[in-house]
Design a protein around this ligand. Structure first.
Ligand code: 5AD
Length: 380
């Protein structure tokens, strides 16, 4: 396959990809072409990030949500879901399991809530987790990523003060304004604005977080050009981490009639998006989303071979998992934390990578940025 007389090999050798190159790469479908893209992304990952894949133990803190994102199985108006919130003890237990089993970092995720009770509950948990997980093997305690939606700058500040070195993940879902509005705004319901999400990402940066964002891939109506714009927005935001995965249908969502892209096609598109993001963004952390596993039993490992370097084994207590299904057929509802991390290690090794045990795996882009800032401060 060729683009303007350039072979795929020539495009992949370019230092800087144009929009046209990106759209071309995203659209690859022939197995031998996809393999070339995969090899280029894998090689770049090894060069810039080394050989390690980092574990973030995922703790799904609560499925209570005040928002109605139309694609999401735990949206506020889905009355078919039994709502739960873990106790502080349950959260601490899961965090301690992560620390004691060498995970190095965790991610606390929940539906969006802005009430003061919830905000201080999270602050409390952060303080406790930090205090309890500082040890010889983790001198700075567990790395913690929060994924708790849009908040005020004051709330982001409060959480950042409760525990040092925080990360935050807030996907902007789609840079296409129309698509974003279609997904998030229904008459008479609490709406979401793309501009506000971007403002939140900016605040997070100002509060010192390592900032992650991302999109859903294969949303009905989304084009390759839209995905290219998404990557351009990652660049503009100078994202430290990216978490993205395929758009999947959800029984509890409000978009069922639109269906979902055919599995094989959606899987390859998602892999291409991962690889191109790696090529364009360089030394950031990229997660192998759980949603990839819905499309292919080896989804996560394959994502690693296309440039991902983070996986998020689920540490939510088993009895709650049923309640946190953002999309249908979510895998891992019965994965036992006791054995899962080790089984996953074998699969990661099969891709020539090793698990970064006891490492919090900070984004190298963030480290470069903050070390550079420290040097500038010192010199001033
Ligand atoms: N398909 C794929 N991803 C989804 N998410 C929510 N619902 C779905 C779905 N139906 C993703 C969103 C959100 C993240 C927590 O989960 O991108 O940011």
């Amino acid at each position: 396959m060729k683009l303007n007389g350039n072979s795929l090999d020539e495009v992949l050798m370019k230092e800087t990809l144009s929009d046209e190159d990106i759209v071309f790469l995203l659209g690859l479908t022939e197995p031998e072409d996809c393999k070339k893209l995969q090899e280029a992304a894998y090689k770049k990952t090894t060069e810039l990030m080394g050989n390690k894949v980092y574990y973030r133990g995922l703790i799904e803190v609560s499925n209570v949500c005040t928002v109605d994102c139309r694609y999401c199985g735990i949206r506020k108006d889905n009355y078919g879901v039994h709502r739960y919130t873990l106790s502080k003890e349950e959260i601490l237990e899961a965090a301690m399991f992560a620390a004691e089993n060498g995970y190095g970092s965790i991610c606390l995720q929940a539906g969006e809530r802005n009430d003061p009770k919830f905000v201080s509950f999270i602050s409390d948990c952060l303080r406790e987790i930090h205090r309890k997980t500082v040890s010889e093997s983790l001198p700075n305690g567990l790395g913690i990523t929060l994924s708790l939606g849009d908040q005020t700058k004051e709330v982001y500040e409060e959480w950042a003060e409760a525990s040092g070195n925080l990360r935050y993940l807030a996907r902007f879902e789609s840079s296409n304004q129309e698509l974003f509005d279609f997904l998030h705004n229904v008459l008479h319901k609490k709406s979401k604005q793309l501009e506000h999400r971007l403002q939140c990402l900016q605040w997070l940066k100002e509060c010192g977080y390592q900032v992650g964002t991302g999109v859903m891939i294969g949303i009905p109506g989304q084009t390759l050009e839209d995905l290219c714009s998404d990557i351009r927005l990652y660049q503009k935001l100078e994202a430290d981490m990216i978490g993205m995965g395929p758009y999947l249908m959800s029984e509890g969502g409000d978009l069922k009639s639109l269906g979902q892209t055919e599995n094989k096609k959606l899987f390859q598109l998602s892999l291409n998006m991962l690889a191109v993001t790696r090529l364009v963004m360089g030394n950031i952390n990229i997660a192998a989303a759980t949603a990839m596993q819905v499309l292919d039993p080896q989804g996560r490992e394959t994502a690693i071979s296309y440039g991902a370097n983070v996986v998020m084994p689920n540490l939510t207590p088993l009895q709650y998992r049923e309640g946190y299904q953002l999309y249908d057929k979510k895998p891992g509802l019965k994965d036992d934390p006791e054995t899962f991390g080790l089984k996953l290690e074998e699969r990661i090794n099969s891709k020539g990578r090793e698990v970064g045990w006891n490492l919090s795996g900070s984004s190298r882009k963030w480290l470069n940025r903050t070390v550079l800032m420290a040097l500038i401060w010192e010199a001033a």
